[in-house]
Design a protein around this ligand. Structure first.
Ligand SMILES: Nc1ncnc2c1ncn2[C@@H]1O[C@H](COP(=O)(O)OP(=O)(O)OP(=O)(O)O)[C@@H](O)[C@H]1O
Length: 926
C-alpha cells in the first residue's frame, strides 16, 4: 500500500524538540511533516529511554572528538542502525475520505459536462433564462458545482476529528463535533438525493403521461439519470462514512525516525523505501526504448480498434446503398485491419520482450542480493520461500510492469476513444449508457479489493505448500528411509487443501462478480438497443430524425467495446495489486543490506601464518537471541599447530568454526588472525586463505572437476594433483567419464567417502593457510574411512589446523586439545595432560568408549562394528577391547551413554586397558 500522508507528529519533550526539528530540516523533510513534529501535540510517542541513550551517545561523540580509529564493537551506524528518536503515524493515500472526494468530483464534473453538451442550442439558453424544474437541468449542474467544496470541507473535517478521537476516545467535545460533521454530510447528501429523485420522478411522469411535454435535449435526460444514480451512491457512502473513516485506525502505520529524520524500525535499523508505484515502474527504465516502441505500436492498434466499429456501421449502410459502395467500404476496413494486425504483432513482441529482459535482470539482482546476505539470514528464512520470491514474485512483476501496463493503456484508450466516438455519433444514447457505468465501477473496485485480499491469501498458502514440497523433495532419501512418504503427502496435501479453500472462495467471488457484471452489461445493451431501435424507427418514418441502422450497429459495437474495456480494466486492478504485494517482498530483499560489519578500509595481510586467538568470545545466534552459545571462550592456536576441539554435542564446537569462517561475528570479545581482528580483514581475501571440510560435505550438481575447482580457477593438472592428495584420483579414474562425471544434486551419485575425498581435494586446491575440519567417522565403512583419514592426515601437514575431532588418533596427535562444554572451555592441554587430570575429557573418553562408540564426539549411532574398525579410527588394541566389552554384555550396536560418574567409579576397573597400545594412557585411564 502506498503510504504517503503523515498526520500526527511525534516530538520529544525530553530532548529538545528543536533539536529534532533542526535535524529534520537539515534532511529536507517536507514542511508538512515538520509542522506536525513542531506541533508537540499529545500523540507524542517518543521513547524516553531511547532518547536518553541517544543523548548519551551524542555526548560521548562530542567528548571523544573525531578519531580515525575504528571502534569495531560500536558498529551501529555502519550497519545502518541509529536509535529512533521519534515516531509518527502515516495514513494510506487511497483511503475513504479521498475516494469519497474523488467520487464527488467525478460526479459533479460529468453532470456539468452533460449540461454543457446541450450548448449552442436553444435548450441551453432556455435552461437558464426560462428555468423550469421539468425542462431544465441547470439546477442539477449548480447543485453539483456547489456540493464539491461543501463535501470536501465536511469530509476533511470529519477525518481530522476521527483521527483525533483515536487518541482521545473519551473526549465528549470531539465526539459531538464528529457526530455533527457526519450528520451534516448525511443530511446534505440526503437533500441532494431527495431533490434528484423528486425531479427525476416528475420528469419521468410527464415524459410518459403528458402528451404536451416539451422534450429536453437528449444529454439532459442522461444528466437527470446520472444525478439520480450518483446522489444515491453518495448518500450511501455518506451513511457509511463513520465506518470508512474509523478504518483508518487499522490502516495507519506507526513509523519511527532517527535523529537524521530517516525512517527506522523499532531497533533503529534504517528501513528502505520498499514499494511505491514509481519505484515499481522504475524497474522497467532500462527497457524504456523497447517500451516506447511498444507504446507506439499499441497506439496504432488501439486506434484501429476504436475506428473499426465505425466502419462496421458504414458497411451496413453501404450494403443498403450500392454494391460499389459496399466494396469500397469493405476494402477500407480490410486495410485498417491489416494495419491493426501488424501493429498488434509489434506491440505483443516488444512488450513481451521487455518483460523477459526485465525479469531476467531482476532475478539476477535478487539472487545476488540473497546470496550476499549474512549466514544468520538463512537461519530464519526458508530456502523454499526465497526460491518462491525468485520464481513467482518476479513473474508477477514481469507481467505487471510490462504486459499489464500495456493492457491498461490499451483498455483506457479503447474506452475513451469509443466513448468519444459514441458521443459524436449520438450523445443521448451515450448518456443512457454512462448512467450505468458508476454502478459497475463501484462494484469493480470493491471486487478488486476483495480479490486482492483473497489472492494474497491464496499465494501465501501456495507458497507454504511449495516450501513443504521443496523440503520433502530435497530430502527425498530421508523421507523414504523413514517411510515418510505418506506423512509428506499428507503435509503437502493439507497445505494444498488450505490454498484450495481460499481458491474456492476466489472462484465464487469471481463467478458472482462476473454474473453481476454481465447482468449490468447486458442490461446496458438492452437499454441501448431499445432506445437505439426507437431512433432507427424514427429515422425510417422521417429521414431527418433518429439514426440509421448502420449507426446503431456501430453504436452497439462501441457499447460492447466499452463494457469489455471496463471488465478487463477491473481484472487488471487485481493483477496490479498482486504486483504491489510481490514488489514489497522483492524490494525488501533487494534493499536488505547484509548484517555484516564491513570495515571502511579492509585489510589484506602480506602473508598469513595462521595464528588464531580467541579472546573472551561471547556469542548468541541471532535466530535464538535468548540462549548464549559461547560464554567467554579464550584460547590460542599457534602457527602450524593442530588443535582438536572436543566436547559433548551442542557444546559449541561448530559455532567456534563458524566464527572463524566469519559466518557470524562475536557479540563480545575478539577473534584475531595473526594479531589482527578478523572483522578488519578483507573478507573475500581471508576466506581464500581458509578451507573447511565438513562432516557431510555438500557438492554441487556439476562435474567432479568443477567441484574440485569450485574455489578458484585451476588447470587440469592442479585438479588431478589435489585429487591425488585427497586419495580421490583412483576412484575418479574408475568412472567412465573420469573427472567429467556428474555428481548429481548435492553429490548424491557419490558415496559418503567419495564425497568427502572430493571435498578434501576442493579444500586442498585452495592451498589454505588454515584448515578447518569436522572429522567424519560414523557414516563410512572401514576402507573409505581409512582412505579419508589418510587424505586428511596428508592435508593437515604444514598448515594450521583446527579439527572437531572424533578419533583418538587425531586428538593424540593434536598439539592442543580444547574441551568445549556448554559454551565454555572446560579443559585445555595435550591428550596425555588431560587424561592425567581426571576431568571432563577423561570422562568423555570413557563414556564414549563404554557406549561402544569409537568417537570422542558422538553425533549419530555408529553402524560400524568395532571389529570392522580400521586403523584410521581406533588402534587395533582399542577395537579388540571394545569388542570384548560388547561380549561382556554391552552391545556395540546399541550404544549406551552411561552416567559419567558411574563409568568413572565402577565400570572402569581394569576394563579400559584397550589403550594398551600406549601403556601410559592405560595407566591414566585406570
Ligand atoms: N544456526 C543456529 N541457530 C541457532 N542456534 C544454533 C545454530 N547452530 C547451532 N545452534 C545452537 O548452538 C548450540 C551449539 O551448537 P554447535 O553446533 O556449535 O555444537 P557442537 O558442539 O558443534 O555440537 P555437535 O558436536 O553436536 O555438532 C546448540 O545448542 C545449537 O542448538
Amino acid at each position: 500500500m502506498t503510504l504517503s500522508r503523515q498526520v500526527l507528529g511525534g516530538s520529544n519533550r525530553d530532548l529538545s524538540s528543536n533539536f529534532l526539528i533542526s535535524k529534520l530540516k537539515e534532511k529536507k523533510v517536507p514542511e508538512a511533516i515538520m509542522s506536525r513534529v513542531d506541533e508537540s501535540n499529545s500523540y507524542d510517542r517518543v521513547d524516553r529511554a531511547h532518547l536518553n541513550g541517544h543523548r548519551n551517545s551524542l555526548k560521548e561523540t562530542e567528548e571523544g572528538g573525531r578519531t580515525e580509529n575504528i571502534d569495531i564493537n560500536r558498529t551501529d551506524s555502519e550497519n545502518g542502525r541509529s536509535r529512533p528518536v521519534g515516531s509518527r503515524y502515516w495514513y494510506p493515500t487511497v483511503r475513504f475520505s479521498l475516494l469519497f472526494a474523488f467520487g464527488v468530483f467525478v460526479d459533479a464534473a460529468v453532470a456539468i459536462i452533460l449540461w454543457l453538451t446541450g450548448g449552442n442550442s436553444v435548450f441551453f439558453i432556455h435552461n437558464i433564462t426560462k428555468f423550469n424544474i421539468l425542462h431544465s437541468v441547470f439546477d442539477l449542474a449548480v447543485i453539483s458545482f456547489c456540493k464539491v467544496p461543501l463535501y470536501f470541507l465536511l469530509i476533511n473535517c470529519a477525518e481530522k476529528i476521527t483521527i483525533l478521537r483515536f487518541s482521545h476516545p473519551h473526549n465528549n467535545a470531539l465526539k459531538s463535533r464528529g457526530s455533527l460533521c457526519t450528520a451534516s454530510i448525511v443530511l446534505v447528501s440526503l437533500c441532494v438525493f431527495v431533490y434528484c429523485t423528486v425531479k427525476g420522478s416528475f420528469i419521468l411522469d410527464h415524459y410518459v403521461n403528458d402528451d404536451d411535454f416539451i422534450a429536453m435535449h437528449p444529454t439532459y435526460y442522461a444528466c437527470v439519470i446520472w444525478c439520480f444514480v450518483t446522489s444515491l451512491l453518495v448518500f450511501l457512502l455518506s451513511a457509511a462514512s463513520p465506518v470508512g473513516l474509523r478504518r483508518l485506525e487499522k490502516q495507519r502505520v506507526l513509523k519511527y525516525y532517527n535523529q537524521q529524520g530517516q525512517e527506522v524500525d523499532e531497533n533503529g535499523k534504517i528501513k528502505p523505501d520498499n514499494a511505491n508505484l514509481f519505484r515499481l515502474i522504475g524497474l522497467a527504465k532500462p527497457e524504456s526504448g523497447l517500451l516506447t516502441a511498444g507504446m507506439i505500436s499499441m497506439l496504432v492498434s488501439s486506434a484501429v480498434q476504436v475506428i473499426a466499429p465505425l466502419y462496421f456501421g458504414k458497411v451496413v449502410d453501404a450494403a443498403l446503398e450500392s454494391m460499389a459502395s459496399l466494396n469500397r467500404t469493405v476494402l477500407t476496413l480490410l486495410g485498417i485491419y491489416m494495419a491493426g494486425a501488424v501493429s498488434s504483432l509489434f506491440r505483443a513482441y516488444l512488450f513481451t520482450l521487455a518483460g523477459q529482459r526485465l525479469v531476467a535482470r531482476l532475478r539476477t539482482r535478487l539472487f545476488s542480493s540473497v546470496v550476499e546476505q549474512e549466514v544468520a539470514f538463512f537461519d530464519v528464512n526458508r530456502t523454499g520461500e526465497l526460491c518462491n520470491r525468485l520464481s513467482s514474485d518476479t513473474a508477477v512483476l514481469q507481467n505487471a510492469i510490462t504486459v499489464n501496463v500495456s493492457m491498461l493503456f490499451r483498455y483506457l484508450l479503447q474506452i475513451l476513444g469509443s466513448l468519444a466516438l459514441m458521443f459524436y455519433l449520438n450523445a443521448a444514447l451515450t448518456g443512457v449508457l454512462l448512467a450505468i457505468v458508476p454502478v459497475v465501477s463501484l462494484g469493480a473496485t470493491q471486487y478488486g479489493k476483495f480479490v486482492r485480499k483473497m489472492r494474497k491469501q491464496f499465494q501465501d498458502r501456495l507458497a507454504e505448500a511449495g516450501t513443504q514440497a521443496e523440503e520433502a523433495l530435497s530430502s527425498v532419501r530421508t523421507v523414504k528411509s523413514f517411510t515418510g512418504e505418506e506423512k509428506a503427502i499428507e503435509v503437502y496435501g493439507n497445505f494444498v487443501q488450505e490454498s484450495y479453500k481460499v481458491g474456492k472462495k476466489l472462484a465464487l467471488a469471481q463467478g458472482t462478480f462476473e454474473g453481476l457484471f454481465s447482468l449490468l452489461a447486458y442490461g446496458a445493451i438492452a437499454a441501448v438497443l431499445w432506445y437505439g431501435g426507437k431512433l432507427v424507427y424514427d429515422n425510417a418514418q422521417n429521414p431527418s430524425d433518429g439514426i440509421t441502422a448502420g449507426l446503431l450497429t456501430s453504436f452497439l459495437l462501441y457499447t460492447l467495446q466499452v463494457a469489455m474495456g471496463f471488465a478487463l480494466l477491473s481484472s487488471l486492478y487485481g493483477d496490479f495489486m498482486q504486483a504491489v504485494g510481490a514488489s514489497v517482498r522483492i524490494f525488501t530483499l533487494l534493499d536488505r543490506k547484509p548484517d555484516v560489519f564491513v570495515p571502511p578500509n579492509p585489510l589484506t595481510l602480506g602473508t598469513l601464518s595462521g595464528e588464531i586467538e580467541f579472546k573472551d568470545v561471547r556469542f548468541t545466534y541471532p535466530s535464538r537471541p535468548e540462549s548464549e552459545v559461547l560464554k567467554g571462550v579464550t584460547f590460542e592456536v599457534e602457527k602450524g599447530q593442530m588443535v582438536a576441539l572436543v566436547g559433548p554435542s551442542g557444546g559449541g564446537k561448530s559455532t567456534i568454526v563458524s566464527l572463524i569462517e566469519r559466518f557470524y561475528d562475536p557479540n563480545e570479545g575478539s577473534i584475531r588472525m595473526d594479531g589482527c581482528d578478523l572483522k578488519l580483514l578483507d573478507l573475500a581475501w581471508f576466506r581464500q586463505k581458509v578451507a573447511a571440510v565438513s562432516q557431510e560435505p555438500t557438492l554441487f550438481a556439476c562435474s567432479i572437476r568443477d567441484n574440485i575447482a569450485y574455489g578458484r580457477e585451476a588447470t587440469d593438472e592442479e585438479v588431478e594433483d589435489a585429487a591425488r592428495q585427497a586419495n580421490a584420483h583412483d576412484f575418479i579414474c574408475g568412472f567412465e567419464d573420469g573427472y567429467k562425471t556428474l555428481v548429481g544434486e548435492r553429490g548424491v551419485r557419490l558415496s559418503g567417502g567419495q564425497k568427502q575425498r572430493v571435498a578434501i581435494a576442493r579444500a586442498l586446491i585452495m592451498n589454505p593457510t588454515l584448515l578447518l575440519l569436522d572429522e567424519a567417522t560414523s557414516a563410512l565403512d572401514a576402507e573409505s574411512e581409512h582412505l579419508v583419514q589418510e587424505a586428511i592426515d596428508r592435508a593437515m601437514r604444514g598448515r594450521t589446523v583446527i579439527v572437531i575431532a572424533h578419533r583418538l588418533s587425531t586428538v593424540r596427535n593434536a598439539n592442543k586439545v580444547v574441551v568445549i562444554d556448554k559454551g565454555q572451555i572446560a579443559e585445555m592441554g595435550t591428550h596425555s595432560e588431560l587424561l592425567a587430570r581426571h576431568g571432563v575429557y577423561k570422562r568423555l573418553v570413557l563414556r564414549q568408549l563404554t557406549a561402544g562408540n569409537q568417537g570422542l564426539v558422538s553425533h549419530a549411532p555408529s553402524t560400524t562394528s568395532p571389529t570392522e574398525t580400521g586403523h584410521g579410527s581406533l588402534e587395533k588394541g582399542e577395537a579388540t577391547k571394545i569388542n570384548e566389552k560388547s561380549k561382556n554384555g554391552r552391545s556395540s550396536e546399541t550404544p549406551r551413554l552411561v552416567d559419567v560418574e558411574d563409568s568413572d567409579n565402577s565400570d572402569n576397573d581394569g576394563e579400559y586397558d584397550f589403550y594398551g597400545a600406549d601403556s601410559e594412557e592405560v595407566k591414566l585411564l585406570n
